[in-house]
Design a protein around this ligand. Structure first.
Ligand SMILES: *[C@@H]1O[C@H](CO)[C@@H](O)[C@H](O)[C@H]1NC(C)=O
Ligand SMILES: *[C@@H]1O[C@H](CO)[C@@H](O)[C@H](O)[C@H]1NC(C)=O
Ligand SMILES: *[C@@H]1O[C@H](CO)[C@@H](O)[C@H](O)[C@H]1NC(C)=O
Ligand SMILES: *[C@@H]1O[C@H](CO)[C@@H](O)[C@H](O)[C@H]1NC(C)=O
Ligand SMILES: *[C@@H]1O[C@H](CO)[C@@H](O)[C@H](O)[C@H]1NC(C)=O
Ligand SMILES: *[C@@H]1O[C@H](CO)[C@@H](O)[C@H](O)[C@H]1NC(C)=O
Ligand SMILES: *[C@@H]1O[C@H](CO)[C@@H](O)[C@H](O)[C@H]1NC(C)=O
Length: 247
């Protein structure tokens, strides 16, 4: 009986270890030779997450944004929109991998039409830009100079399927996940009821798109994990039944 118990405990622990990566995407991420970020936010759509540090002294936001492109040779992007949480006016960093080369560029999004040029100037100063690919995920690194006393920003993130012959990003899918991939990134303090968006703007990516829902759902910072709660409950049950068996 003792041996059986031992085996089951080992099994349970093995299960715990293998499960923990799925429920702790933020905390399980490690960057070699990169900054350590103080904060991490699991973004609720497109399997994306954002590590970030906000230095209030010089209002600099350092980010590491990770997501899997929708196709292997696709692109990922993370942007701040100074106007509202929508695609138009987004000040974007966009990265993709092509034949082992990873490219990162800036992109001032001005229309829903296909992108026509790369490397457009942003309304924010950005620097230390780089990107890397690992395990099918692309991570964008960068620093942003924000206006003094910024407490929150509108963030929009996106993934796309590929790059045109001219090296421009192909349009992303119009699935709900794509359309919802935006919200508020609270840099300081807690989020109040007030949104920085003055009106419920119809600024969806397509007409009739659901209202910006990212605000409510986008941020779970320093997650302990919904999945892991259920999992630990399961573990308690397993251990509980072991005790019963032992008796
Ligand atoms: C979990 O993540 C750690 C490092 O973050 C890694 O070494 C380990 O292989 C991962 N385990 C699984 C099952 O993916
Ligand atoms: C970011 O991390 C710092 C340091 O751990 C913490 O004090 C702060 O509350 C975090 N900010 C948010 C918005 O979670
Ligand atoms: C924030 O930036 C200032 C100015 O560069 C620097 O002196 C300070 O050490 C930074 N704070 C952190 C926590 O890195
Ligand atoms: C602010 O300070 C941070 C940390 O010291 C540094 O990485 C960043 O480059 C600084 N920003 C500016 C605009 O100098
Ligand atoms: C990849 O980048 C290297 C160095 O910048 C360049 O020489 C090479 O032509 C690039 N390859 C492709 C397929 O773009
Ligand atoms: C981005 O594009 C818009 C529309 O063309 C333009 O008004 C704005 O000045 C551009 N931003 C920058 C920083 O060039
Ligand atoms: C991306 O990273 C996540 C979290 O580390 C991992 O679960 C996933 O398998 C990776 N690859 C893809 C294609 O999503």
């Amino acid at each position: 009986m003792a041996r059986l118990c031992f085996t089951l405990v080992i099994l349970a622990l093995a299960l715990l270890v293998s499960q923990s990566n799925q429920s702790l995407t933020c905390t399980s991420q490690r960057f070699t030779n990169k900054n350590v970020y103080t904060n991490c936010t699991d973004l609720s759509y497109l399997n994306a997450y954002l590590h970030w540090t906000y230095n209030t002294t010089n209002s600099t936001l350092s980010i590491a944004f990770t997501a899997p492109p929708s196709k292997p040779e696709g692109w990922v992007s993370w942007s701040i929109n100074p106007v509202k949480p929508s695609m138009i006016s987004a000040q974007a960093l966009l990265a993709f991998k092509h034949e082992d080369n990873i490219t990162i560029s800036t992109y001032n999004v001005t229309s829903y039409a296909d992108a026509t040029k790369w490397g457009t100037k942003l309304s924010y100063e950005v620097w230390d830009l780089s990107a890397e690919e690992s395990n099918g995920n692309i991570t964008i690194f960068g620093k942003w100079k924000l206006p003094e006393k910024t407490k929150m920003v509108n963030q929009i993130w996106q993934v796309g399927p590929g790059i045109t012959d001219k090296g421009l990003p192909l349009p992303h899918d119009k699935n709900l996940d794509n359309l919802n991939a935006r919200g508020i990134l609270q840099l300081l303090g807690t989020q109040s009821g007030a949104s920085p968006t003055p009106s419920p703007s119809p600024a969806g990516l397509v007409p009739g798109a659901p209202a910006p829902a990212g605000k409510k759902k986008s941020a779970s910072t320093r997650i302990g994990g919904r999945i892991s709660v259920g999992f630990y409950m399961g573990l308690v049950v397993i251990l509980g039944s072991l005790i019963v068996l032992e008796i």
